[in-house]
Design a protein around this ligand. Sequence first.
Ligand SMILES: CC(C)(COP(=O)(O)OP(=O)(O)OC[C@H]1O[C@@H](n2cnc3c(N)ncnc32)[C@H](O)[C@@H]1OP(=O)(O)O)[C@@H](O)C(=O)NCCC(=O)NCCS
Length: 178
Amino acid sequence: MLIRPERAADVAAIRAVTAAAFAAAEHAAPPVEADGVPGEATLVGWLRADVGWEPRLSLVAEDEGEIIGHVVGTRGRLQDRPALGLGPLSVVPARQGQGIGSVLVHSVLAAADALGEPVAVLLGDPGFYARFGFVPASSMGIEPPDPAWGDYFQARPLAAYDESWRGRYTYAAPFDRL
Ligand SMILES: CC(C)(COP(=O)(O)OP(=O)(O)OC[C@H]1O[C@@H](n2cnc3c(N)ncnc32)[C@H](O)[C@@H]1OP(=O)(O)O)[C@@H](O)C(=O)NCCC(=O)NCCS
């Protein structure tokens, strides 16, 4: 299996992988388009057109020529400065539980570190993300867009982090369209 940045030819496969992963998930966003796919699949396309898009942080997992997983980090704002939000993260149902999601998370964090990003935030299950160094964002003084998210809103300090990175986080604008 390879982990690599997406290429133009991967766009349709990434949409299909995201749709399949979230169609099988309990917490998928409702469809926003007539094709009925989970909102997360449409969101990835919207993000690609947004100012917060960082092509070096849209990574695919490829096995024997097939895209089986994807993760993306995009720049929203932490208080008044650009900062990374991770997700969606997707692995096709038939390949879940084989470590592919973990490799994607490790890879996107390493790529973010290499780009000099100070911090990455996400909304997700602490039971999964704590193993990658995510902590409740509130413990770092980082507030979620929605206070109801509580400890599901997590943050991971990167090498360039310092304690000035705090305040309210706002995702890249397309997230608000879900
Ligand atoms: C979440 C997802 C990306 C994980 O990918 P994966 O390839 O199955 O993950 P891995 O095989 O690397 O890791 C699996 C481990 O995480 C655990 N895990 C997976 N999802 C979890 C969750 N929601 N809560 C707690 N643990 C979870 C598994 O039990 C397993 O633990 P183990 O290593 O102790 O056995 C995948 O299940 C998926 O695409 N889900 C649907 C979309 C989704 O929910 N995306 C994330 C939104 S935040």
